[in-house]
Design a protein around this ligand. Structure first.
Ligand SMILES: [Zn+2]
Length: 517
């Protein structure tokens, strides 16, 4: 009856569906919208909550070694000094327009490459080792005339000395030449003022990540929960970054929501735990129904790593615009706790009861974006089928994530049918989020539910009044079964838990029925 269409999921289709059905709207739309800000509508908020709830369930409630936290968005300004986030505020940075990496000009080494007094170009690097390597690379690009010479890289200066004429300076990261912007203060963090006076003493920032809330509460958690290493703290919440480039719908915006874990371990066990979390987090997406083919792991190259990170993997999803990061899992070593100990003056060492040692734990950080997960789930679920000459748009959402779990559809808006349908509606909504829809033809109503990913529709027709049975229709297969109304809850519960189909007969006998049975 239905035929799979070769569906090319493009962003326009997703944006249009989200807009049309109330998943996601542009922010402040009646005023023309606000760039890269988005509002989650009635269905979007349910989907988003379901994703966060599934995450919380998996990483907090189902584990003995994790606890939750909800830290405030505004934090002590010193937090951002310790974390390094304030650096871009106080020190001007240059940005490579090719790869968008940012550098402090006094931290990039630059030197001329010569052979026998012939100037060949410039080399750069973020440390001496990288500089030497890049220097020899530039040299090797110029064939040696008449034999080999022993060469030593020239002593580098810093980029600071070349800012006036940087047209020939290569980026140490991507090697693109002459791509550095003027040095400027990158206001990555949104700045605001606490209290009525807008002076420098009252400056606070909207947090650019939820992670720091967990680091600064490490001691509180250890002291109040009796958690012993290894254990983790999990948090979901809003974060704000004044990104220069935003886009791809909700993929990159300036206000976004994170789902982050800081998992504290003893150094020496960090590699093992790092590998564990990479696998664990990848499986979480697969268990939520995301196609394996659309997921991949990408290890960061050495030069991509933040200076403190020992290792990092991205879980990437094949979005309509290509592979892009869904979640990053980083081994941050002891960087964060050491920094906060240094700036707060508090010892953040952990006392190991068993070995009687004091040490600063290492941290494994799986950091996921809620909005990116929403986008990935929508892109992955989107499908079109040819059904009786019409295109059926549907979302193959995992039942756990579907905003509406069941729709109750009476075939008529009048008479005794309505009473039966309303009773079923009242009954089912004790267990699930249920929608009652009696507008337009049954075909149109099925389409509406398919398009928002509702897994099951329960239809009540005139025969229901005689045989006390209702029809359950499945979204993906469009298969239908008729079951006694008194067993609807049991059958749906079995369906949601993925059990093979069974029906309780009115006499209490359990039988396995075929689809359409
Ligand atoms: Zn670059």
């Amino acid at each position: 009856m239905s035929k799979q269409l070769p569906v090319k999921v493009d962003m326009e289709k997703i944006v249009s569906l989200c807009r049309r059905r109330g998943f996601i709207f542009p922010s402040s739309e009646i005023y023309g919208g606000l760039s890269s800000c988005w509002d989650y509508g009635p269905l979007g908020v349910e989907l988003k909550r379901n994703i966060k709830q599934a995450w919380w369930q998996a990483v907090v409630h189902e584990r003995d070694d994790m606890v939750g936290l909800d830290a405030s968005i505004l934090m002590h300004p010193q937090v951002w000094v310790a974390s390094g986030h304030l650096e871009g505020f106080t020190d001007p940075l240059v940005e490579c327009q090719n790869c968008n990496q940012r550098f402090r000009p006094d931290q990039v080494l630059v030197g001329e490459v010569h052979r026998q007094n012939v100037f060949l170009g410039y080399a750069s690097g973020v440390n001496k080792e990288e500089y030497d390597k890049n220097w020899l690379e530039v040299l090797s690009q110029h064939p040696t005339p008449g034999g080999m010479f022993r060469v030593e890289p020239t002593e580098p200066k810093t980029l600071q000395d070349f800012l006036d004429d940087r047209s020939k300076i290569p980026c140490p990261f991507c090697k693109a030449i002459g791509q550095f912007t003027d040095p400027r203060l990158f206001n990555l963090m949104f700045k605001t003022f606490m209290g009525p006076i807008e002076d420098s003493a009252s400056v606070v920032y909207l947090r650019p990540e939820t992670a720091q809330g967990m680091f600064v509460n490490f001691e509180n958690v250890v002291n109040t929960t009796r958690k012993r290493l290894p254990f983790g703290i999990a948090q979901t919440g809003k974060a704000f970054r004044n990104e220069i480039t935003t886009g791809n719908f909700i993929f990159r915006s300036r206000e976004f929501e994170q789902m982050e874990i800081e998992f504290f371990v003893k150094s020496g066990t960090d590699k093992e735990w790092f590998n564990y979390w990479v696998k664990e987090r990848l499986n979480w997406y697969i268990n939520l129904g995301i196609k394996k083919d659309n997921l991949r792991l990408r290890q960061h190259m050495k030069k991509e790593l933040a200076h403190y990170a020992l290792d990092c993997y991205d879980i990437e999803y094949l979005f309509p615009m290509g592979w892009a990061e869904l979640e990053g899992i980083a081994n941050r070593g002891d960087f964060d706790l050491v920094q906060h100990a240094k700036y707060s003056g508090k010892s953040l060492e952990y006392f190991d009861d068993e070995t009687k040692e004091h040490y600063v734990p290492y941290v494994i950080e799986p950091s996921a974006g809620v909005d990116r997960s929403v986008l990935a789930v929508l892109c992955d679920a989107y499908d079109e089928e040819l059904d009786n000459g019409e295109i059926r748009v549907l979302l193959h959402l995992h039942p756990t994530l579907a905003p509406i779990k069941v729709a109750v559809l009476p075939l008529s808006r009048r008479g005794p049918l309505v009473q039966v349908a309303k009773q079923i509606y009242a009954d089912l909504r004790q267990c699930w989020i249920v929608q009652y829809d009696d507008a337009q033809s049954i075909g149109r109503r099925y389409r509406r539910q398919d398009e928002i990913g509702t897994p099951f529709c329960v239809t009540i027709d005139f025969q229901s009044l005689e045989d006390n049975q209702a029809t359950i229709r499945e979204r993906d297969s469009m298969n239908q079964i008729r079951v006694p109304i008194s067993t609807l809850k049991t059958v749906l519960a079995a369906k949601f838990s993925g059990e093979p189909l069974f029906v309780l007969s009115p006499g209490g006998q359990i039988w396995k029925g075929g689809e359409n049975g």
